[in-house]
Design a protein around this ligand. Structure first.
Ligand SMILES: [Zn+2]
Length: 116
């Protein structure tokens, strides 16, 4: 994995060094070689950002609202997840997307029951 120092210096760390830290030769900054758990967290946040943008573009898309709620739950932002679920359940369904709406609201209700 590649790690970047604040000064712009790049360091490559082998897998066995992940979890440790190194000192930057240029600026003496301590660089944490973060564990893969953080990589997972990073990916979750990337996914979340993507869905936040998607909701901006399609505010009345029940599927995106549902996935956004799930993405918030994945990073323990329950209050924001709840907002998406509440919005979804109060939405006026688009007649062209009734099956999708039905599926989304069922899953949203399930989330309410199991995650809150
Ligand atoms: Zn540095």
């Amino acid at each position: 994995m590649i790690f970047n120092c604040k000064c712009g210096e790049e360091y490559y760390a082998e897998d066995q060094h992940i979890g440790g830290k190194i000192k930057c030769f240029t600026c003496d900054e301590i660089i944490l070689l973060e564990k893969p758990e953080n990589l997972e967290e990073y990916e979750k946040l990337q996914e979340l950002k993507k869905l936040e943008k998607a909701v901006e573009l399609e505010k009345e898309n029940s599927f995106i609202r549902l996935h956004l709620a799930e993405a918030y739950l994945a990073v323990n932002r329950d209050a924001e997840a709840k907002k998406q679920i509440d919005y979804l359940l109060q939405m006026k369904p688009n007649p062209d997307y009734l099956p999708e709406y039905k599926e989304s609201t069922e899953k949203a209700k399930e989330l309410l029951k199991t995650k809150f």
